[in-house]
Design a protein around this ligand. Structure first.
Ligand SMILES: NC(=O)c1ccc[n+]([C@@H]2O[C@H](COP(=O)([O-])OP(=O)(O)OC[C@H]3O[C@@H](n4cnc5c(N)ncnc54)[C@H](O)[C@@H]3O)[C@@H](O)[C@H]2O)c1
Length: 341
């Protein structure tokens, strides 16, 4: 087990990579425990849960709503939850986002922790303390910054994930490498086949390094006023493509990263060879890099993204593999790039 500690203003949060769900009880304080999970995770792993009451929610982005949070509040009342109750989210990013939000708002805040069961939630969603839900068409519109007391990243649970969910995680791992860690990029480049086969040694290193990178960024900038914006690399166009193509998050972010690398190249920030290597690695990881959507549809979706400010977007460029730069880009300049591709 390798532990990464995230230090933020009001708490220390320990992320245990390689620990097992079956050991979760070791990290939970004495007293009442309420576990929030989803139907799939419960079906596979319920036998490994620590002793406690279980609230099972449905699956999919459609249930990441205030209505689900309300139903959890009601369950907590029914179960007699009080300030001493500990909430454990066991699941992917959706369970963690919802459980973290419900826990940190019920009775003005219960203590909580997570067992992350998807590659995406291990390398991304479970680090950083963003908890929240969608409202109408707006993703993650309502939420809080609240750090879990601990996160367990149980690598053995990844074996039951569908391939699409593995790709979602790889896209975020490559993102971490591209913005902040050249050595990680080389490591994935050399070990991509073992990574795709979920070789435990390679996956362990990828998850641990990703967690450490994200933890360092969050420590510097918990509220996303500067450094944390780099984590949006590939996501400005990626989110737009996710919306209009209906493709998975990982595929959309991969297309968004390839486009952001190309935009960096066109601005004279990134060299041709780096651009080729980025496209090559994404392709080997079976992630798409090309898209043919109507520019006007893409820009329409970008303009609805809540991260946009006035007539500019904070766009994350690369100046090399492992080094990112955030710049305000006029909406019209981004549009010209999208039209010219
Ligand atoms: N809070 C953050 O900082 C942050 C960061 C990135 C993403 N997110 C959010 O995370 C969500 C996506 O998370 P996700 O990709 O983990 O999706 P998810 O939670 O929907 O999990 C994907 C699917 O896999 C199933 N599943 C989970 N663990 C499994 C396992 N071990 N074996 C088999 N099936 C399993 C789930 O039931 C679900 O059907 C999005 O809502 C996104 O907004 C949040």
């Amino acid at each position: 087990v390798k532990t990464v500690t995230v230090k933020t203003r009001d708490r220390l949060s320990d992320i245990h990579v390689g620990e097992h769900l079956a050991n979760a009880g070791l990290y939970i304080p004495p007293g009442r425990l309420v576990i929030v999970t989803d139907a799939n995770v419960s079906r596979y792993y319920r036998d490994l849960f620590p002793a406690g009451e279980v609230i099972t929610i449905g699956c999919g982005e459609g249930i990441k709503t205030l209505a689900t949070v309300e139903s959890i509040y009601r369950d907590l009342i029914r179960l007699g939850a009080d300030r001493e109750t500990f909430v454990l989210g066991v699941g992917g990013g959706i369970v963690c986002d919802i459980a973290g939000f419900a826990a940190s708002t019920f009775l003005r805040g219960l203590r909580f922790g997570f067992v992350s069961t998807t590659l995406l939630s291990q390398v991304d969603a479970s680090v950083g303390g963003k908890n929240g839900v969608n409202l109408d068409a707006y993703k993650n519109m309502v939420g809080v910054f609240a750090q879990p007391e601990f996160v367990i990243c149980d690598l053995s649970l990844l074996a039951s994930l569908p391939p699409e969910e593995i790709s979602n995680g790889f896209a975020e791992i490559v993102k971490h490498a591209l913005i902040l860690d050249r050595d990680l990029f080389h490591y994935i480049d050399e070990n991509w086949e073992r990574a795709l086969n979920l070789d435990p040694e390679v996956i362990g290193r990828l998850v641990h390094t990703s967690v450490a990178i994200k933890a360092a960024v969050v420590e510097k900038d918990e509220r996303e006023a500067g450094e944390r914006r780099k984590l949006n690399f590939g996501h400005t166009l990626g989110h737009a493509l996710e919306k209009i193509t209906g493709q998975g998050h990982g595929s959309a972010v991969s297309m968004g990263m390839a486009a952001a690398a190309e935009f960096s190249r066109q601005r004279g920030l990134l060299d041709d060879d780096s651009c080729r290597r980025i496209n090559g690695l994404l392709t080997r990881l079976r992630l798409p890099t090309a898209w043919k959507q109507e520019p006007s549809a893409v820009m329409d979706a970008v303009s609805k993204d809540k991260k946009r400010t006035a007539d500019a977007v904070h766009f994350v460029f690369l100046t090399a593999i492992g080094t990112a730069l955030v710049e305000a880009v006029r909406f019209s300049d981004l549009e010209a790039f999208v039209r010219g591709r």
